[in-house]
Design a binder for this molecule. Structure first.
Ligand code: ATP
Length: 253
């Protein structure tokens, strides 16, 4: 907890990742408060997934620091990972296992006090009942995304990293999943880092957004107020301007 009474759940400072000559993430700094849903936006290749993967411990950083729950991530990895979770449309679960088996494995990996009960609850929450005995590899891509999101809540995470969580979902399922995650965050005071290319979605779920371009943060603000500041009608218009003319915006960090 800081002197101002704000509890920072995630603090990223001067984070960087380079691939050859490409600075995929170039000195990025930001933080997330307890209970906050922060949108990480930017055009294809801006560095969103690279940032999420470094915070999730899936990718080594080249420079900078990551603190989660006030602790240095590199020195407290297992404790921190047990209190957070991650979902991405591309991070599928083993296809040869049944839905209930995959969920049970994760419930046990996260030391759930009652793994079978946790699986039962999460299956009900995400409407996965009809798929419980189906092999994961036979689910449609939207069904698999729902399963991956269900897995991401199995340990009641305090920090949730979501990389395009609704990318392959139909509008109705997207809406259900969004509500489920927003309610989860509200009820549990959980924090969420959320990437998406759906600007309407971001306007609905995020209290604050960061715009990335070529590995750097260009803008930060409220999803409804930022467009107005730049003379745009909405976040989508602002996104298009930033994607096409990133140099017309002054760096803020
Ligand atoms: P998208 O919206 O398309 O998912 P993104 O913002 O998530 O994009 P990243 O996946 O973080 O972008 O990629 C950032 C940059 O780093 C891209 O130019 C990408 O080509 C590059 N990159 C990512 N991983 C590697 C890698 N393993 N080797 C080389 N370059 C990489």
């Amino acid at each position: 907890m800081t002197q101002s009474g704000i509890e920072k759940i995630l603090e990223v400072d001067n984070l960087s990742k380079t691939y050859g000559f490409l600075r995929a993430v170039d000195g990025v700094s930001f933080s997330i408060q307890k209970g906050e849903i922060l949108g990480l936006l930017g055009p294809n290749g801006a560095g969103k997934t690279t940032i999420i993967n470094m915070i999730a411990g899936l990718l080594e950083k080249d420079g900078g620091s990551i603190k989660v729950f006030g602790k240095d991530f590199s020195k407290n990895k297992s404790e921190i990972l047990s209190r957070m979770n991650f979902a991405a449309a591309y991070a599928q679960l083993p296809g040869n296992l049944k839905v209930k088996e995959n969920l049970l494995i994760y419930a046990m990996l996260y030391d759930s006090p009652n793994p079978r009960e946790a699986v039962k609850n999460i299956i009900a929450d995400f409407g996965l009942y009809e798929f419980t005995d189906k092999k994961t590899g036979f689910l449609s891509s939207g069904e698999q995304s729902r399963l991956v999101l269900a897995k991401a809540l199995i340990n009641n995470p305090e920090l949730l990293l979501l990389d395009e969580p609704t990318a392959s979902l139909d509008p109705s399922t997207s809406e259900q999943v969004r509500s489920r995650i927003m309610n989860y965050a509200k009820e549990n005071g959980a924090s969420v880092l959320w990437t998406s290319h759906d600007m309407c979605e971001i306007e609905k779920v995020c209290g604050r957004v960061l715009f990335l371009s070529r590995g750097k943060i260009l803008l930060e603000g409220h999803p409804k107020e930022l467009p107005v500041r730049y003379g745009k009608k909405n976040l989508e218009e602002l996104f298009i301007m930033i994607a096409r003319e990133p140099l017309s915006i002054n760096h803020v960090t």
